[in-house]
Structures are given as C-alpha cells and as structure tokens.
Design a protein around this ligand. Structure first.
Ligand SMILES: *Cc1c(COP(=O)(O)O)cnc(C)c1O
Length: 377
C-alpha cells in the first residue's frame, strides 16, 4: 500500500499526460508558455478568485504575499504552531517576527481563542505591530475564516490563507484559496493538486496587489524584465508543470471525492477508538492528510509499528511544534501557551490517504488499528 499513490495516478492518465508533456517539448516554450497563462485562468475560475499568479513553489508564494504587503521589521505575523515549517519561515525571511499560536484540538487549525490572546499579548507587551494572520488550511480543512475575519477586522490585520494543503476544500460553496486577502497554494507532488516537480500559486481579488505580485515574481520588473523598479525574486512555474496540472485539474474533483469516501470510512470505523479530525458542518476537506491521535507517544509508536509490519505506511505530521524549532528560537514568546500543539505532536499519526485506496486497503488499515487498540484494553 502507498501512503500517497502517484504511480497509479500516472498509469491511469498516462496517455493524456504524456501527450501534454510531449507537446511542450515539441513547442519548446519551456518558460512562460501558453499553458502557464491557461492554467492561471483555469485556477482563477476554479477557485472563484479574480487573479491567479503562478510561481515556483508554495514557500515563494507565501513570501511574495508578504513582500507585496511590505511586511518587515517591527511587524508581527501570527502563525499556527502546528504546520509545515514554511508557514513560519517566510516571516523572518522578510524581516518580520512570527508569533506562534496554539491550535484547536478538534480541527488541527489555528485556535480562535489563542489567536485573540496572542494579538492582545503583542499589543500590550511588545513593541511589535500586528499586521498579518497566516491561516493554514491544515490537512485539507479550511480554517475557521468567519471568526478569523472578525478578528482581522477588529485589529485591522490582513489574512494570508496558506492553502498548500487546502486546495480543493470548501466552506459552503466557497472554495479554498478564496478566503484570504491573499491566498497561496503549493503543487508539490504530494499535495492535493500536485505537479511533477515544484510549483505554487498566489490568489487575490485585489488588482493592485496582483500587479505587484507579477512584478515581485519577475525580479521586481517595471515595464518588462529588464526594467527593474524593486528588488524581487525569480519565481516561476515552468510550462511542463503547467501542462501536467492542466490535465490533472480535469479529474481533480473526482479524486477529492474519492478521498472523502476514504475519510468517511476511516471516521466511521475509527472514531470510537482513536481521536479523528472533526470536520465542521458545511465544510468540505480536500484530505491532504487523514490524521488520528492516540493517547500518547507510546501508543502512537506501537500503532505505527504494527501498521508497518503489515505493509501499511504512515507518517507523523508534525513531530515538533513551530515554537520548538531551533530556527525560531529568538522569536518564542514564553508567556504564550502551546499545550494543545504539544499534545498533538506527541500523539498524531497520518494514515494512507489517496484516491486509489481500495475498499480492502481501507478495511485493512482499520482492522490493524482496531486490533492493536483492543489488545490494549
Ligand atoms: C507544503 C507546504 C508549504 C510549502 O510548499 P512548497 O511548495 O513545498 O514550498 C507551505 N505551507 C504548508 C502548510 C505546506 O504544507
């Protein structure tokens, strides 16, 4: 069994994908080819956002957003304590201070209460100016944007939606990548919509920010790439990746539907014996990961071992809270509480999740976890 089965996906769609790749090779428009513009237009339509600007990866996408808003020295950016390193890494990269925020134990997303507390703390106890909330759609479930928007409005903050894992998710009819003032995603192969290498995109309805994003991603270009009006980056999605993504977008929704079937099965049979992610009413997850929590680290390690012995791969996303990463040492605010994140880092385990798991595969995973938990009782 594969943790995420990219080989089977390719075999099923080999003819169309090979043809798409071959036609880029024939045209030799490797950088900035027509497929890139077509993809930006289709991703804009898909998410319902006016501007989609592709770039080299999901980390650059986040950095480009912060550069566009001129976030820098003296600014505080709120980031969940439980996420991939990138969500926090980009903040010091632009010279600002990340302020880590504990998470909600049921959704794994940023805790609204802890966010309000952290903002208040920064205002009262530091010299930093609160500027941005980076809300991550962790494991595929969009964050609680209704309440995040209320808080952002109250404190005049910008919302940057990190939808690297959330692409394909929804709240009601609204798609992930449409909730932030700017939103970003990643096309790393293992993400919900993955390409065959690195890729990313930035989304916004704001015309002025879109223009700045297009400048920053091409060396701060003015009228063209040889007229440089600001310091920027070199961050582009290549045409081969765009060609692959255009093909994959055609069957993407049916893949996410199948992932939702897998998740429903897992939840039905596992929710009584381990803690499973709680997807809120009216919310649709893209299930980048299906993550359960055991009682403690020992139980987690025992389950991972039993699954491995039965040929079932698992992964721990994430072992270490952001505030414990050595790289962030100088930014840690010791008075803030991270007990939920700490507990989840010690007990979480992500199970195989992809559209090509069979009913037998899913039942097999369930059986092993039930067995080991029942032996314990
Ligand atoms: C993968 C990921 C990123 C970074 O994407 P890359 O394309 O690998 O740079 C950022 N944030 C989150 C939450 C991610 O999972």
């Amino acid at each position: 069994m594969e943790f995420r089965d990219l080989k089977q996906q390719y075999q099923l769609h080999k003819t169309e994908i090979d043809t798409a790749i071959q036609s880029v090779l024939t045209r030799a428009d490797f950088i900035g080819g027509g497929n890139v513009r077509q993809l930006e237009s289709e991703l804009g339509d898909y998410t319902g956002v006016k501007h989609c600007i592709t770039c080299a990866n999901g980390t650059d996408a986040l950095q480009l957003a912060l550069m566009t808003w001129e976030i820098g020295k003296g600014d505080a950016v709120f980031v969940p304590d439980f996420t991939f390193f990138s969500s926090g890494e980009v903040v010091p990269l632009v010279g600002a201070a990340p302020v880590f925020v504990d998470i909600d134990k049921n959704t794994y997303n940023i805790s609204i209460q802890s966010l309000e507390h952290a903002i208040q703390y920064v205002i009262e106890k530091t010299d930093l100016t609160p500027r941005v909330i980076i809300a991550v759609d962790l494991f595929g479930q969009p964050a609680d944007f209704d309440r995040i928007k209320q808080i952002a409005k109250k404190h005049n903050l910008l919302i940057l939606e990190d939808a690297a894992q959330g692409f394909g998710g929804r709240i009601g009819e609204r798609k992930a990548c449409s909730f932030g003032d700017i939103a970003t995603t990643s096309f790393f192969p293992a993400k919900p919509l993955g390409c065959y290498g690195d890729g990313g995109a930035v989304f916004t309805d704001n015309d002025a920010w879109a223009a700045l994003l297009r400048s920053y991603k091409v060396h701060g270009k003015g009228t063209d790439k040889y007229d440089n009006v600001r310091i920027g980056m070199n961050s582009r999605l290549d045409t081969l990746q765009a060609a692959v993504l255009l093909k994959k977008l055609q069957f993407f929704d049916s893949e996410i539907e199948r992932c939702n079937w897998v998740a429903t099965e897992y939840t039905k049979y596992l929710s009584e014996i381990v803690r499973v992610a709680d997807v809120k009413e009216g919310v649709y997850s893209s299930w980048a990961q299906y993550t359960v929590c055991f009682k403690n680290r020992t139980e987690r390690e025992a389950a991972a071992k039993a699954l491995k012995e039965n040929g079932i791969p698992t992964a721990v996303y994430y072992k270490k809270p952001m505030h414990m990463q050595a790289a962030f040492k100088e930014y840690v605010m010791k008075d803030l509480d991270y007990s939920v994140t700490q507990q989840i880092c010690d007990s979480c385990l992500s199970l195989p999740m992809h559209p090509y798991l069979s009913q037998d595969d899913v039942q097999n995973v369930i059986k092993i976890i039930r067995q080991i938990q029942e032996e314990r009782i």
